[in-house]
Design a protein around this ligand. Structure first.
Ligand SMILES: Cc1ncc(COP(=O)(O)O)c(C=O)c1O
Length: 381
């Protein structure tokens, strides 16, 4: 390794450290009994007995690995079953499993738009979507977060655009827990004829009569041209999926997406766990109203305690503290006091908007809320 390279790395890390933005890993022990307000297992599926059993059964039947990329031998009956079940659940004709949501987004957004195309993306779309778009040769224009008036103006300006036009949004935003008006997006799509790519990662399981996500609850199931969803959040497993109405989209990904072609495929046990979780989640309709109520209650208590949090009923509640170092210190104090909470700092979120990202989960009780709010007040006000 050359001295120049070594010094370059040292300098970049020192700058991060000096700005109070250094990232460090903290290994968790299995016996950690803190109240978890940080991970994305919103429905408790990762430890659900039926889900764990399904994974164990698949481990026994298939072994620990897919052992090859999907076009070699990695694609199994379980992956096929899962992609078909996911597509039917969300109202799509075709599905394709990916190893992660990150890979699914870079594959879709790096592979479908091309030179001469135009991508209109919400300013806060996930890093994986942005990385995909930037690696394509398409032109990128970003519109202010959830501002569909601004999007409509961009669409009008693009009426005579010769290449394809893509619109890229999430349904529930990962760091803000808010959502765009999907009904209006579906209507804009009909009027302007763009290709709508929708990331439902944080809505699956939490929204919709059968839990398929925000399109379902908004009555526009199957409207986006392409849905990206993850297996590692509400479904308690690992991996991701892409859904579409046209076989050409799926075939293009199979033929051209390096993320799909050149990587050992998702372990069959993960596919099996996700299949079991889907069945569990679909049957939770009675509970979803309670989960939304839980979200509203937590938000109200934060507001009463003096924190400005947005209204809503998603599982993600941002408590924006602004300063990155203070946010980190508050999160550390909360962790020391028994609450697993993450501090989200720039560049993950815009400068000056460092925040605690509170993620809710099935099974949280009023006493957890009361204890958390009083501890939060103690360490942050
Ligand atoms: C909106 C969104 N899409 C995609 C991803 C990536 O998913 P995965 O964790 O499966 O790579 C995330 C991860 O946090 C996300 O928040």
């Amino acid at each position: 390794m050359s001295q120049d390279l070594f010094e370059r790395l040292q300098k970049a890390l020192a700058e991060r450290e000096a700005a109070g933005l250094i990232r460090r890993l903290e290994a968790r022990s299995s016996g950690d009994s803190r109240i978890n307000l940080a991970d994305n297992d919103y429905l408790g599926m990762a430890k659900d007995p039926a889900v764990v059993q399904a994974a164990v059964n698949a481990l026994r039947e298939w072994g620990a690995s897919a052992s090859a990329s999907p076009l070699v031998t990695g694609y199994t009956d379980l992956h096929r079953q899962l992609e078909e079940a996911l597509a039917a659940w969300h109202g799509y004709s075709y599905g394709l499993i990916f190893n992660s949501g990150y890979a699914a987004n870079t594959a879709v957004l790096g592979g479908l738009p091309q030179a001469g195309d135009l991508v209109l993306a919400d300013r806060l779309v996930h890093a994986s979507m942005l990385e995909g778009i930037l690696s394509s040769e398409a032109k990128l224009r970003r519109f202010p977060h959830n501002d569909l008036d601004a999007l409509e103006i961009l669409l009008q300006e693009a009426t005579h655009h010769e290449g394809a036009v893509f619109v890229v949004t999430e349904s529930v935003y990962s760091m803000d827990g808010d959502a765009p008006d999907l009904v209006r997006l579906a209507d804009l799509r009909k009027r302007f004829g763009f290709c709508w790519i929708l990331d439902e990662a944080h809505a699956t399981g939490w929204y919709g009569k059968t839990g398929s996500g925000l399109q379902e609850v908004c009555g526009v199931r199957g409207s986006a041209d392409i849905v990206v969803g993850t297996l590692g959040k509400g479904l308690g497993s690992q991996g991701a999926y892409v859904l579409c109405q046209r076989t050409e989209i799926r075939d293009t990904l199979i033929n051209f997406a390096g993320e799909f072609i050149y990587s050992t495929y998702l372990a069959p046990a993960c596919a099996s766990a996700a299949l079991a979780a889907m069945t569990r989640v679909q049957a939770m309709n009675g509970e979803r109203d309670q989960l939304h109520q839980l979200s509203r209650e937590w938000r109200q208590e934060f507001i009463k305690a003096g924190y400005a949090v947005p209204e809503g009923d998603s599982p993600i509640i941002p408590i924006v503290l602004g300063d990155a170092q203070r946010t980190q210190a508050v999160a550390q104090a909360l962790r020391a006091a028994g609450f697993m909470v993450s501090a989200i700092r720039p560049p993950t979120v815009p400068l000056g908007t460092a925040r605690l990202r509170i993620s809710l989960r099935r099974g949280l009780k009023p006493e957890h809320l009361a204890a958390f709010v009083s501890t939060l007040k103690g360490v942050s006000l």
